[in-house]
Design a protein around this ligand. Structure first.
Ligand SMILES: C[S@@+](CC[C@H](N)C(=O)[O-])C[C@H]1O[C@@H](n2cnc3c(N)ncnc32)[C@H](O)[C@@H]1O
Length: 212
């Protein structure tokens, strides 16, 4: 990619971020973006799975930091978001590396049975993270990495901030249980980064685990 191409790509990414903010579409925060760029540059995934694509911002960030033959499978329920993401991926020249599957991820995940992904980014419905995890683990390559976003839920999961609305109580319970499950499952290694973005957890299979 020439220097001009790199600058054009950065402009499009910045426009996408501004658009999402203006429309109040939640997308990854800047330090989460830097973290994902770093991870992709290090692990060089060839196939990525993302749950919750929105307008394609985090997906584009990951693809642009991965090898040029890396592809991404996107699970997304919102038809308007899919149209926006398609347009954005097209502008970035990435559309041929993207497989978008529309629908509730709890249904569409079943269609991926038998596939393995090097990197999974979970950024879909927070209240369903535990059910989604059960379906995601069989899809995680033995040396793959699963990253779940919003695990801190604005400081409420750690108890640093009060639960501001009654409807958040359920989500906070689910996220705390998600962290317990990933920490206590003897097949898994997990590491929590509450300080990055809205909180991230990385989950990987332990070496020599027989159950994966
Ligand atoms: C936080 S946004 C994703 C942001 C995106 N990862 C980014 O940072 O650019 C969550 C997305 O998950 C989608 N979503 C919510 N529930 C879903 C479900 N059950 N199945 C699939 N997608 C879902 C929403 O439509 C929304 O686009």
């Amino acid at each position: 990619m020439s220097e001009k191409d790199v600058l054009d790509v950065l402009d499009v990414l910045n426009e996408m971020r501004a658009f999402a903010r203006e429309r109040k579409i939640p997308v990854i925060l800047d330090d989460t973006r830097a973290f994902l760029e770093n991870i992709c540059a290090r692990i060089k995934p060839l196939n990525i799975l993302e749950i919750g694509m929105a307008i394609g911002y985090s997906g584009a960030v990951m693809l642009l930091s991965s090898p040029t033959d890396c592809t991404i499978t996107e699970l997304e329920a919102s038809t308007p978001n899919i149209a926006l993401a398609r347009e954005n991926y097209k502008r970035l020249g990435l559309l041929d590396r993207v497989n978008i599957i529309e629908g509730d991820c709890l249904d569409t995940l079943d269609s991926l049975k038998g596939q393995k992904f090097d990197l999974i980014f979970l950024d879909g419905p927070k209240g369903k993270y535990i059910e989604i995890l059960e379906k995601l683990l069989p899809l995680l390559h033995e040396r793959g990495m699963l990253i779940a976003d919003n695990i801190g839920f604005r400081g409420m999961v750690e108890g640093k901030n009060e639960i501001t609305e009654p409807r958040f109580s359920f989500t906070v319970c689910v996220l705390r249980e998600f962290l317990d499950i990933t920490k206590n499952d003897m097949r898994l290694n997990s590491k929590v980064y509450f300080e990055i973005g809205d909180g991230l957890v990385i989950v990987q299979w332990r070496k020599n685990n027989q159950n994966k």
